[in-house]
Design a binder for this molecule. Structure first.
Ligand code: NDP
Length: 252
């Protein structure tokens, strides 16, 4: 995974992905770590990492704003200096409280915008760079080190699994948005296969972050360790599937 872009890197799973990638025996040549407000105090941890590691480039990106996507991609292009982008991890996401009783159009549209429209627009804007990486590595099989789009999804977006979990985790708008993200992943996997780009959705487990809450089963370190192992193992067998942090396939 030579050149990677990850969204939502100032905290939670995104930050930990950057941190653990830097600890790998052969860290990526470039990590484009995006966040909404690079200069805010909330971004200190990420800025500290970037100060220590010249291969981390912090990029400002509000994924719901097409203009922000345009500017971020321009910045990435400048740093790539003609190289391709091997891996896009669409990690940024939101999960507001939402039930069949409380959900309204603002809730549903806001969550859809962040969890589906943002990942779609960003992948579309970065496509030329992902295609370039795939073309430069034609001899390699499908993998995250060649060219890939990874959408961080969730078990809660699985339609088949909904009867088991809905009573305990209603999160209506989130579930609907992640089911749509799963569909987007399938469409991308079919549409970009001939371009050599692997597209897969990953469920990180239930993780102790601001989004997952303190009762979650996994620490962010455990989840990300698993995710990185899974990313390393992905091949053409993993096209257009939802896979969890331990490598188990989750039904749509
Ligand atoms: P956190 O709430 O800890 O972090 C979310 C990150 O997304 C933050 O960096 C946040 O930035 C960013 N973000 C949110 N909205 C936007 C936006 N519009 N533009 C740019 N960045 C944005 O969540 P997690 O780390 O737990 O979640 C990461 C991903 O993992 C999400 O997609 C989530 O759905 C998924 N996931 C998490 C699970 C869990 O148990 N934690 C379980 C299953 C899936 P800011 O600080 O600026 O708000």
């Amino acid at each position: 995974m030579a050149r990677i872009l990850i969204t939502g890197c100032n905290r939670g799973i995104g930050y930990e992905l950057v941190r653990q990638l830097l600890e790998e025996p052969s860290p990526p040549k470039q990590i484009f770590a995006t966040c909404r407000s690079p200069t805010s105090p909330q971004n200190k941890k990420l800025n500290d990492l970037a100060a220590k590691h010249p291969n981390v480039v912090v990029i400002k990106l509000e994924t719901t704003d097409p203009q922000s996507i345009k500017e971020a991609v321009k910045e990435v292009e400048k740093h790539l200096k003609g190289e391709g982008l091997n891996l896009l991890i669409n990690n940024a996401g939101i999960m507001p409280d939402s039930t069949l009783e409380s959900a309204d159009s603002d809730d549903l549209l806001n969550v859809y915008n962040t969890n589906v429209v943002g990942p779609f627009l960003l992948a579309k804007a970065l496509l030329p760079f992902l295609k370039k990486a795939a073309a430069e590595n034609q001899q390699k099989h499908f993998s995250c080190s060649k060219s890939a789009i990874i959408n961080i999804s969730t078990l809660l977006g699985s339609i088949e699994k909904t009867p088991e979990s809905f009573p305990f985790f209603p999160m209506l708008s989130y579930r609907c948005s992640k089911a749509a993200l799963n569909m987007l992943t399938q469409c991308q996997s079919v549409g970009y296969k001939n371009d050599g780009i692997l597209c897969t959705a990953v469920h990180p487990g239930w993780v102790q972050t601001d989004l997952g809450g303190p009762n979650a089963h996994l620490t962010v370190e455990e989840s990300v360790k698993g995710i990185l192992k899974v990313l390393d193992s992905l091949t053409e067998k993993h096209f257009g599937i939802l896979i969890d942090w331990e490598g188990n396939v989750i039904p749509w």
